[in-house]
Design a protein around this ligand. Structure first.
Ligand code: HEM
Length: 371
């Protein structure tokens, strides 16, 4: 599919297939009151509806600035574009009088023991997740949105990433793409085609203590996780595989089988086959009752410039969605604290956001239920 329908119960960009390019843009909202916030959300709705559908920009009077940056020409194609809008905890401070309707679990991200958070790459009133088949389409969408929201949004930080899109295999399920540590990533994700499972794990709504407007939204966690690739590339293969609990070539669990076979740890209580501190075993011990802690990962790999010491600045633009931030990311990250993988990774930025429910039809706009 090239155009994802904009109207629906949920925003696009979550269970939508992950395309080759993605970016997170964290912004501060400059609007001063609720009217200004509503105007911003209405403008975002209108721009995203247009950008994701595609179309032709009006040709204007040359005495004025052109309607568009023009980087894609006068007519734009949908190109698989999704723009997903989420709000940070800071938006619910005194400015807009929205404290009473704040999503129950939304909070400012705090550092975990292995983090070295750079304040200039953390938090924000709003995050825009922009994904598309081609990089130029994401850049164009961002520039269109910023052009239309002067005095409304100010960019705080931005991180772009890519993933190889895997061709379907003719012998079995499509293998997962690899991250910059060379391992297949996404294997054990919950199945996005299973709507009942997505209702349970990803979409907010079944918790009666959440404000009613949050129904159909989701908690978004973004983490910029640097990978120490030079060190990793000199680590023994056996150590790398023990760190993840999977084979590097095939992605199969150390417990055996092929990539998508579900590991069974019950016959390996002491971690002889899959170490007890292997990433996948900590992240999901697959014990009864743990299912509710599963999260939907939708990350991109990033490759930025170079650190002052000559090391490559590469890593994972880690993006996850869950119905409940505490049951999801926070529970899993606490279990991962101290894992052997930490020797090779360093979270440096990110934030917690609440992804707004979808826009139902032409009369609706992003965040209407909130205001
Ligand atoms: C699984 C890599 C950070 C949660 C995996 C797998 C890899 C991987 C290779 C196995 C294949 C798969 O199922 O996708 C990484 C890397 C990270 C990272 C390179 C950092 C740079 C995190 C973080 C969390 C997380 C921060 C959550 C707090 C999970 C979960 C699974 C998983 C839930 C699936 C476990 C299962 O159900 O078997 N990760 N990961 N990962 N990871 Fe990570």
């Amino acid at each position: 599919t090239d155009a994802y329908p904009f109207h629906g119960t949920h925003q696009q960009g979550i269970v939508t297939p992950r395309p080759a390019n993605g970016m997170i843009v964290a912004c501060d909202v400059l609007a001063r009151d609720r009217d200004g916030l509503e105007q911003l959300l209405r403008t975002l709705t209108e721009r995203i509806a247009f950008l994701t559908r595609g179309g032709t920009y009006p040709q204007g009077d040359p005495r004025y600035p052109p309607a568009d940056s023009g980087i894609l020409g006068p007519t734009i194609a949908p190109d698989g574009l999704t723009v997903t809008v989420s709000l940070g905890a800071s938006l619910f401070d005194a400015r807009f009088g929205l404290a009473d309707v704040k999503p129950r679990h939304l909070q400012r991200m705090t550092g975990f023991p292995n983090d070295a958070l750079d304040p200039s790459r953390c938090h924000g009133d709003m995050s825009l997740q922009i994904c598309a088949h081609t990089h130029d389409t994401t850049v164009h969408a961002l520039r269109d949105i910023l052009k239309h929201t002067p005095g409304g949004l100010m960019v705080r930080w931005k991180q772009e990433g890519t993933v190889p899109v895997m061709p379907p295999s003719d012998t079995g399920p499509t293998p997962s793409a690899r991250n910059y540590l060379g391992f297949r990533d996404g294997t054990a994700n919950p199945d996005t085609a299973d709507t009942a499972l997505m209702d349970a794990l990803v979409w907010t709504g079944h918790d009666s203590e959440e404000p009613a407007w949050t129904r159909g939204g989701s908690y978004q966690v973004v983490r910029l996780i640097r990978n120490f690739v030079e060190r990793w590339d000199r680590a023994p293969l056996a150590e790398q595989e023990a760190i993840f609990g999977r084979r590097k070539d095939s992605g199969a669990p150390l417990a055996g089988g092929t990539e998508y076979d579900i590991p069974d740890y019950s016959d390996d209580p002491d971690g002889q086959v899959t170490p007890l501190d292997a990433h996948i075993r900590l992240a999901n011990p697959r014990t009864p009752g743990f299912e509710k802690h599963r999260i939907l990962r939708r990350p991109f790999n990033y490759s930025n410039a170079v650190e002052a010491n000559g090391q490559l600045d590469m890593g994972l633009l880690f993006i996850v969605y869950q119905a409940d931030l505490e049951a999801g990311f926070i529970t899993v990250q606490k279990r991962l604290n101290g894992e052997p993988l930490e020797e090779y990774i360093k979270p440096v930025g990110g934030g917690y956001f609440f992804t707004l429910p979808g826009v139902i039809d032409e009369n609706d706009f992003l965040g209407r239920g909130l205001l």
